[in-house]
Design a protein around this ligand. Structure first.
Ligand SMILES: [Zn+2]
Ligand SMILES: [Zn+2]
Length: 561
C-alpha cells in the first residue's frame, strides 16, 4: 500500500462526499488529506507506527482513521458505503461542461438522474427547472453540454492509444503465426486525439491469428478476410490488418494514412505491394516521410526534409511545479527527478499569487520557495536550477507580479488561468499586452484548451505570433497530453513570423516529466527541428540568453541565429 494508493482513496472519498454533502468543508478535508499524503517523503505506514500521522498538517481525526484503515487493510469501509449510494456511472456526468459534483449530487438526489441519457430526458421534459438554482438558461446550457460530451464519446487522448497498442503488440509477439506487427493509424501519426487503434500484422495464416486474437480482445469480428476488429479495455476499438510478409510495407503505409497522403503517394507509384515502407518511398523517388508528417499531400511534396526534434535532443526544461503551489512533489523531489533524467538544467515555476485555487505564491511564499531551492540546488549539481514563475496574465493583460519581483526571476512563463469567456478581440488584446511586458520569457499554453473537455479561447493568432516574435517571447509547447497547446497545426504560421518554441512538461509530479515525450511528438508533428526549440540548447547558452534577456529584454538575442 504506497502513498499514492492511499491518496487516491482519499481523493475518491472527497468526490463522493462532495456529491452527497451540502457542506463543502468535509470534501475539502479529504482533498487536503490526499494532497498531504501525496506529498509525503516517507511511507504512510511509518507515520502511523511513529504516531506522527495525526500531527501532520492537513490530516485530521477522521481522515487519519481512514488512512490507518487503508494502510492496515487495503480498503476503506467508508468509501465502500459511499460507492453503494450511487450508481457506478454517476461521474460520467462530469463530462458535461460546467456540471460540477455539487449539481450532479442534487440531480441524483432530487430527480434520480445518474446517466447522460437520463439527464437529457429530464432537460427535454423541463424537469430541471423545478430545482432551485436551475433556470431555463442553465437547462439549455446543460443540453448543449450533453451534445458536446456525446460528440467526444469514443474519442481518446493519444497516450491511451499508445498504451493499448503497445500492450497488444507485446502480446502479438508471442503468437507463432505472426511474423511482425506494428501500430499504424492515427496513433502512429501521433494525432493528439484518436478514435481507435490500428495494428498491421504480417502473417501467412490470418485464420490462426484470428483465433489467437479472440483471447486478447473482446467482441472480435471479421470486417473482411484481412481485417478484424475487437474491443480492448472495454472501450476502445482495435483494428487488425493482416498482410502477407512480402506485402507488409504496403499495409503498414495504407493503414497509417492519412488517406490524403497515401492517395498522393499512390498516384506516383501505383499500388504494387512492397515489403517495407522505405521501398515504396524509394520507388516513388521521394525521401522517406516520418509517420507524424503524413497528414496531407503537401507533406509529400516538401522538397527539403528537416531533421525532426527527438526526445534526446532536450537538454533541460522549464515549467515545473512543486508543493509550493499545486504540485505533488517537493522542490528536492522535482529537482532530483530532473537530474535523474540527465538534464543539464531545469526551471521551476510555481503559480503566482492570483492563482489562489492552485496555491499561488505571495511574495513571502516566493521567498520561502527560493530559499528552499537554494538549500537543495547543490545536491543536484552539476545540473543548473533556474528560478521562475508561471505568472497569471490578469484580465487586463497585466502580469501578476510587480516589476521588482519579476526582475528577480531567471524566467517568466505568462499564462491565462481565468476569465476564459472573453471575446476574441479582448482576449487578443489581453495577450498582446502581456507580451509587451519585458520580463516575459515564455507564453504558456496558448489557448487554454483541455482536449476532450474544453475548447480553448479564440484569439487572433497571427497578431499574437507577430508580437511574440517581435518581443522575442517564446511560445510554449505544453506537453501535457490533455493540452498539447500550442496546437501543432498552428506552428508553421508562428514559425514563418519568426516565433521560437520551448517544450515544457507543465509537471505537477515527478511522473509528469513524461509529458516531454508527448510534447516532443507534437513538435515533430509540427515539423520542428532542434534548432527552433530553446531547450535543446546547452546550459551555457540558455543561461547566457536568460541573463542577457533580463538586462536587454526587448532585443532579440543571438541564441536563435
Ligand atoms: Zn498553467
Ligand atoms: Zn503550469
Amino acid at each position: 500500500m504506497d502513498k499514492w494508493e492511499v491518496a487516491r482513496t482519499l481523493e475518491e472519498i472527497a468526490r463522493y462526499v462532495e456529491l452527497s454533502e451540502p457542506n463543502r468543508f468535509k470534501a475539502l478535508a479529504f482533498e487536503k488529506a490526499a494532497r498531504a499524503i501525496a506529498a509525503l517523503d516517507r511511507d504512510p505506514a511509518d507515520l502511523i507506527a511513529s504516531g506522527d500521522l495525526q500531527k501532520m498538517p492537513g490530516i485530521g481525526k477522521t481522515t487519519a482513521s481512514v488512512v490507518e484503515e487503508v494502510v492496515r487493510t487495503g480498503r476503506s469501509r467508508y468509501l465502500e458505503e459511499l460507492r453503494k449510494q450511487y450508481p457506478p456511472g454517476i461521474f460520467d456526468l462530469l463530462r458535461v461542461p460546467r456540471l460540477g459534483l455539487k449539481k450532479i449530487g442534487l440531480l441524483h438526489d432530487k430527480l434520480g438522474i445518474s446517466s447522460l441519457d437520463e439527464l437529457e430526458a429530464a432537460c427535454r421534459a423541463g424537469r430541471l427547472t423545478t430545482l432551485r438554482g436551475f433556470g431555463e438558461k442553465t437547462q439549455q446550457k446543460i443540453l448543449e453540454g450533453i451534445a458536446y460530451a456525446r460528440k467526444r464519446e469514443s474519442h481518446f487522448l493519444l497516450p491511451v492509444g499508445i498504451e493499448v497498442g503497445e500492450a497488444i503488440r507485446e502480446q502479438l509477439a508471442q503468437i507463432d503465426a505472426i511474423e511482425s506487427a506494428e501500430i499504424s493509424g492515427s496513433v502512429r501519426r501521433r494525432l493528439e486525439v484518436i478514435r481507435n487503434v490500428n495494428i498491421a500484422v504480417a502473417t501467412r495464416d490470418p485464420q490462426r491469428v484470428f483465433k489467437a486474437l479472440s483471447k486478447l480482445v473482446a467482441d472480435l469480428e471479421t470486417i473482411d478476410p484481412n481485417t478484424f476488429k475487437g474491443i480492448a479495455r472495454n472501450e476502445i476499438e482495435v483494428y487488425f490488418h493482416m498482410a502477407k510478409p512480402q506485402e507488409f510495407g504496403s499495409t503498414l503505409l495504407r493503414t497509417t494514412g492519412s488517406e490524403e497522403f497515401v492517395h498522393a503517394l499512390r498516384e506516383r507509384v501505383g499500388d504494387e505491394p512492397a515489403e517495407t515502407e522505405e521501398d515504396i518511398f524509394e520507388r516513388a523517388g521521394v525521401p522517406y516521410v516520418p509517420p507524424e508528417r503524413r497528414e496531407n499531400a503537401d507533406d509529400l511534396r516538401r522538397k527539403r526534409r528537416r531533421a525532426l526534434v527527438k526526445l534526446e535532443d532536450l537538454r533541460g526544461t522549464f515549467h515545473v511545479h512543486t508543493t509550493f503551489s499545486d504540485g505533488r512533489n517537493t522542490v528536492l523531489e522535482m529537482l532530483s527527478a530532473a537530474r535523474g533524467r540527465g538534464f543539464q538544467y531545469v526551471g521551476l515555476s510555481d503559480h503566482s499569487k492570483s492563482a489562489f485555487y492552485a496555491g499561488g505564491l505571495s511574495e513571502e511564499g516566493l521567498r520561502q520557495q527560493q530559499a528552499e531551492i537554494a538549500r537543495h540546488e547543490h545536491e543536484v549539481m552539476p545540473m543548473r536550477v533556474f528560478r521562475g514563475t508561471e505568472a497569471d496574465i490578469l484580465a487586463d493583460g497585466r502580469i501578476d507580479y510587480g516589476a521588482e519581483t519579476l526582475a528577480s526571476f531567471d524566467f517568466v512563463i505568462a499564462s491565462i488561468h481565468s476569465r476564459f469567456g472573453m471575446s476574441k478581440e479582448e482576449m487578443t488584446e489581453r495577450i498582446l499586452r502581456a507580451l509587451d511586458n519585458p520580463f516575459v520569457t515564455f507564453l504558456g499554453h496558448l489557448t487554454g484548451r483541455l482536449l476532450l473537455s474544453r475548447d480553448g479561447y479564440t484569439i487572433e493568432f497571427d497578431r499574437v505570433f507577430e508580437k511574440a516574435a517581435g518581443r522575442g517571447v517564446m511560445i510554449e509547447i505544453n506537453g501535457n497530453p490533455r493540452r498539447l497547446d500550442i496546437d501543432w497545426r498552428l506552428v508553421g504560421r508562428a514559425l514563418d513570423r519568426g516565433v521560437r518554441f520551448s517544450i515544457h512538461p507543465d509537471a505537477h509530479s515527478i511522473h509528469e516529466y513524461n509529458a516531454l515525450i508527448t510534447g516532443t511528438w507534437a513538435a515533430r508533428k509540427a515539423g520542428l527541428s532542434p534548432r527552433e526549440i530553446f531547450n535543446t540548447k546547452p546550459v551555457d547558452e540558455v543561461a547566457t540568453y536568460l541573463e542577457e534577456r533580463k538586462t536587454a529584454s526587448s532585443k532579440r538575442l543571438k541564441v536563435f541565429d
